[in-house]
Design a binder for this molecule. Structure first.
Ligand code: SAH
Length: 344
């Protein structure tokens, strides 16, 4: 038997089409969307302005339920980390990060990760599967509810949880459109960031999608050899090809890219690395987000000292690269990069 589809796998247009096939008015699609994505309904029964008969039919045809929460931990700095258990037992992490100016949801796109970056906990247990559109948006719904309860309304989404967003492109695009749509979760495209390990053909495809979302590229290496070692994906999509694809993306979309660069003591946070980055980024207008390495026990890297990180940042800034050092959040709850999932 084919299991019931999750209603959150349907776009507004698909839902309207389905309603036509069961002789319901197409405008009900908007009502149902509003219940799910704006009023936070976790069941069809809750949709009181939808005729009872239609609610019954939806209940028979579709799934709409909350995730099972395996763990929920609140950090001293207000970061809330969820570990959800999916229908097949796979576990995924989502993190809510409130700051002074914004409340950000960090969302996973795959169960596990196949890219095996040599500093990231997500790749250690290997890759299990892609998340469906419904599984992606349901994480956002949970975090939105949590944010509302703590009176810090959800304002931003980053696809920086477990997995590679661009390796699950179709489901990601569908989820982004539901998150962005004013009939859906209604978060502005510029408040949505997709972070990628650097899947070159998908960066090109993303440029064609006509979305105004933010793109972040995990660079982490300063040249081809260093990136080959730290990020095996570089052997398929080498450093120069990636930079060229990024230039193309900026040209085509008129949008800036943020580069993420991990600061590992004596590995990526060195004078030699800074000099190479300056060479590679000559003439590229971009932001460089420097991320202090967050220790993962399976790797022997170390986080540089504050002075070393500042020296690196200042050296980039001196040659016109706009760089900021990211403040780590939720350290006490293993909020970084797949660590909670790994421990479970
Ligand atoms: N696959 C996507 C998104 C997930 S990772 C990507 O690679 O961009 C989100 C960010 O956290 C990436 O920049 C990743 O490289 C970084 N990251 C992973 N492990 C880390 C660690 N131990 N310390 C600091 N940053 C880490």
């Amino acid at each position: 038997m084919i299991p019931h589809p999750d209603i959150r796998d349907l776009s507004l247009e698909e839902l309207a089409f389905y309603l036509k096939t069961v002789d319901a008015e197409p405008f009900r699609a908007r009502q149902i969307f509003e219940w799910i994505y704006q009023k936070g309904a976790w069941s069809f029964e809750a949709m009181t302005n939808v005729p009872k008969e239609l609610r019954e039919r939806l209940k028979k045809g579709f799934i709409l339920k909350a995730n099972a929460i395996t763990q929920k931990i609140t950090s001293a700095d207000g970061t809330v980390k969820f570990l959800f258990c999916l229908h097949d037992g796979e576990k995924i992490e989502s993190v809510l990060i409130p700051t002074q100016s914004r409340t950000t949801a960090c969302i996973s796109t795959q169960a596990g990760c196949k890219f095996g970056c040599k500093f990231c906990a997500s790749g250690i247990g290997g890759w299990k599967r892609d998340l469906s559109c419904a599984e992606i948006v349901t994480q956002v719904l949970h975090l939105k509810e949590e944010a509302r309860q703590t009176k810090r309304p959800l304002s931003h989404i980053v696809f920086m949880g477990t997995g590679e967003p661009l390796d699950n492109f179709i489901n990601l695009m569908k989820a982004v459109r539901i998150i962005n749509s004013d009939q859906g979760i209604n978060i502005g495209a510029r408040h949505i960031t997709i972070s990628t390990v650097g899947v070159v053909p998908k960066i090109k495809e993303l440029a064609q999608e006509g979305l105004q979302v933010e793109l972040a590229v995990s660079l982490h290496g300063y040249d081809n050899p260093s990136r080959n070692v730290l990020m095996p994906v570089n052997r398929k999509y080498p450093f120069d090809e990636l930079i060229a694809a990024c230039r193309g993306y900026v040209r085509q979309t008129g949008r800036q890219i943020t580069f993420e660069y991990i600061l590992i003591k004596d590995v990526t946070c060195t004078d030699h690395a800074a000099a190479n980055l300056k060479k590679a980024f000559k003439g590229i207008i971009c932001k460089m987000n420097l991320i202090p390495y967050n220790p993962v026990s399976e790797f022997d890297h170390q986080t540089p000292s504050r002075e070393e990180m500042l020296k690196f940042k200042n050296s980039l800034e001196a040659s016109g690269i706009h760089a900021t050092i990211r403040t780590p959040r939720g350290k006490d709850v293993n909020a970084a990069c797949g660590q909670l999932r790994l421990k479970n």
